[in-house]
Design a protein around this ligand. Structure first.
Ligand SMILES: Cc1ncc(C[n+]2csc(CCOP(=O)(O)OP(=O)(O)O)c2C)c(N)n1
Ligand code: SF4
Length: 295
């Protein structure tokens, strides 16, 4: 049931984006506001949380509650909000540097605990805000302001990483395909549990290799090709092919929902602990409860 009937434009704030013209992140605002509108979400029931980066400015441009937090710290802030107010839709809007570099210690635990938040990573394979340093998802050889001989690091594979951490919804989409992005973001928001969406969102200013031109024609929808998102092993296999195009110019770039599973969320499990909770009469009883014991 829709909470409200609003147009995508009604979810845009009156702050004009400061992004460079042609930045992929404009497409993400368009998809996100469409998704809100199609899901009929009330703006006051949504909280956007970001870290620091060009992508992390996104919450300024949408009309909902938002926290523009510290570099790499969006996930813990979002988790705190969700645990305090499970009724709200909590969305992390982040970049590949923010999420997989300085913030990388937080992803595994939010994912394995299946905390019911949605993480949207705008992956431009570079640090944009700080003007062209290589990021964890940059391809080998990419030139940056601190790597005049090209990056000598092997890139992180966001999809395989989040699958192995135990995220219960893992998808990839592309900023050049508004329809696909909207559909995937909608599914991610509706998913009960930790959802991760990697958006290939080119930075035309600093990344002159991984451009819209480069991805156009390479992205292939794995669900249209028959991939069943309940198949975890197949999802991992497809994820391992995600970066093949770095070495093979003919390799496709898979987009779509890789994996989706309905499992108990952290919030559900907290409720079950609360049901087992009993008043303890003295401290010794509590100490005894915490002693090592068999399951
Ligand atoms: C503690 C700390 N370290 C470093 C920085 C500098 N810094 C700001 S944004 C950023 C990288 C952002 O990269 P990404 O998340 O990929 O965002 P983009 O700008 O590419 O969208 C860095 C290193 C900072 N703001 N705070
Ligand atoms: S520097 Fe790149 S990521 Fe940042 S706003 Fe410009 S195009 Fe977008």
């Amino acid at each position: 049931m829709l909470e409200v009937h609003l147009k995508p434009a009604d979810y845009k704030s009156d702050v004009e984006p400061t992004w460079c013209s042609g930045c992929g992140d404009f497409g993400v605002v368009a998809a996100l506001t469409r998704a809100y509108s199609e899901l009929g979400l009330k703006p006051e029931n949504i909280v956007s949380v970001s870290g620091i980066g060009c992508s992390s400015r996104l919450p300024l441009f949408v009309k909902n509650y938002s926290v523009h937090s510290l570099h790499g710290r969006a996930i813990p802030v979002a988790v705190g909000i969700k645990l305090a107010r499970p009724d709200l839709t909590v969305i992390v809007e982040t970049g590949d540097g923010d999420l997989f570099s300085i913030g990388a210690g937080h992803n595994p635990h939010a994912a394995r605990r299946n905390i019911d938040i949605t993480v949207i990573c705008m992956d431009n394979q570079v640090y944009g805000l700080t003007k062209n340093q290589v990021s964890p998802t940059s391809r080998e050889g990419l030139y940056g302001s601190l790597t005049p001989y090209g990056s000598i690091d092997r890139p992180v594979n966001p999809i395989a990483t989040m699958l192995s951490y135990g995220a219960t919804f893992v998808a990839q989409t592309y900023a050049g395909n508004l329809k696909h992005m909207t559909e995937v973001i909608k599914q991610a928001i509706q998913h009960k549990g930790f959802s991760f969406v990697n958006v290939i969102s080119p930075c035309p200013t600093f990344n002159k290799v991984d451009t819209f031109q480069y991805y156009k024609g390479k992205v292939k929808d794995i669900n249209e090709q028959g991939h069943d998102p309940s198949d975890y092993r197949k999802a991992l296999e497809l994820a391992f092919h995600d970066l093949d195009h770095y070495h093979d110019p003919n390799a496709p770039v898979p987009i779509g929902v890789f994996y989706k599973a309905e499992l108990e969320t952290y919030e559900d499990r907290m409720q079950s602990v609360k049901r087992r909770y009993k008043q303890v009469e003295d401290v010794q009883e509590l100490i005894d409860m915490c002693k090592p014991k068999a399951l």
